[in-house]
Ligand binder design. Structure first.
Ligand code: OKP
Ligand code: ZN
Length: 344
């Protein structure tokens, strides 16, 4: 399978995140992608750098004012005080219910709240270049399907599925899976399905496509009543307007077994088959692994091979986009297992 990597991924290397009120080292690290790249190379897959600019697709899935903010956020942070170069900004105020989000505040950390869903997306100097190169890698992986590849894999970070139309969240800045789906649509695929198998609900992807019938979103994830992102991912979210009926959430209780998970995967695949999609985008989070440090599902190594085989049975041109997965040393092996199951 053809692999696209993000050569600038390590430019996004914030120092710490907030956990139980304290700063702890980031879980989402450059070594995650390095482990995946190494394992893919070692198992003989061809690896390419992105050659496609995602700018057009980014403008179709994200709001212009959000993209402008993200591109210039670090410069804005430094403009406050040159000493900020060694510090990480965190948002200070969020425009929740009854507050206005139509007027940008002039205060930077307040503005960061406008464009964030949580305090879980630390920024650094290289965040924009890394996230943009990742979106380019996703666009390139989708474009390769349009050129006739049957399946491609985008081994990138930071992840993307929590990033919504105009906000970052959950380590995500630009929605790589949404970019891939949009590139497929722009290239002539009439119907696209996005299947999100990350442990965490892909709230950003859901929101981007919620009122669209051309992109079906299906997600299997930890029940948001107990799991991040908490405020989206329930089974009564089925789409709206033109998109009514084109969103399917399959939440599972924290601690669910692999058997329960594969039952949900069958339901997801049945819905995707019924759509008659021309292409499939898989938001491939590997944090469903039993050894993941921040998640509670129980998939074992062999289950990732089984996942790949089940997706292959859909018979669709497929682009895999790496999302989460924090058992860094196992990440590459589990990614290779998915591809092995798919390619078998
Ligand atoms: C991103 B992806 C742990 C806090 C967890 C949110 C999790 C984001 C997961 N210190 N913060 O879906 O894997
Ligand atoms: Zn996740």
């Amino acid at each position: 399978m053809l692999i696209f990597v993000n050569p600038l991924q390590a430019s996004h290397q914030p120092r710490d995140e907030i956990f139980r009120g304290n700063r702890v080292p980031c879980f989402e690290t450059p070594r995650r992608a390095a482990f995946v790249e190494d394992a893919l190379r070692a198992s003989g897959h061809a690896v390419r750098a992105p050659g496609i600019d995602s700018a057009v697709a980014l403008g179709q899935v994200h709001a212009p004012r959000y993209l402008d903010f993200l591109r210039t956020a670090w410069a804005q942070w430094l403009a406050l005080d040159a000493a900020n170069a060694g510090e990480q900004p965190f948002p200070s105020v969020w425009p929740v219910r009854t507050l206005r989000s139509d007027v940008e505040p002039l205060n930077f950390t307040a503005r960061l709240g406008l464009y964030s869903m949580d305090n879980g997306s630390p920024l650094c100097a290289g965040t924009w270049v890394a996230a943009k190169a990742g979106a380019d890698a996703a666009a390139s992986a989708a474009h390769a399907l349009l050129k006739g590849e049957q399946a491609t894999f985008c081994a990138t970070r930071p992840p993307g599925h929590h990033a919504g139309p105009d906000f970052m969240g959950g380590y995500c800045f630009l929605n790589n899976a949404a970019v891939a789906a949009q590139v497929l649509r722009n290239g002539g695929a009439a119907r696209v399905a996005v299947l999100d198998v990350d442990y965490h609900h892909g709230n950003g992807t859901q929101s981007i496509f919620y009122e669209r019938a051309d992109v079906l979103f299906v997600s299997i994830h930890g029940d948001p009543r107990t799991e991040y992102p908490f405020y989206l991912g329930h089974d009564d979210e089925t789409g709206a307007g033109e998109g009514a009926g084109f969103n399917l959430n399959l939440p599972l209780p924290a601690g669910s077994s692999a058997a329960a998970w594969f039952g949900a995967l069958d339901a997801a695949c049945e819905r995707i088959a019924r759509q008659g999609a021309d292409a499939l985008v898989v938001s491939l989070g590997l944090d469903t692994f039993a050894g993941d440090p921040i998640s509670t599902f129980k998939l074992q190594a062999d289950d990732f091979t089984r996942l790949g085989a089940r997706l292959k049975a859909l018979g669709l041109p497929t682009v895999f986009i790496l999302e989460g997965g924090y058992a860094a040393a196992e990440l590459g092996h589990n990614a290779v297992r998915v591809l092995r199951g798919f390619d078998a």
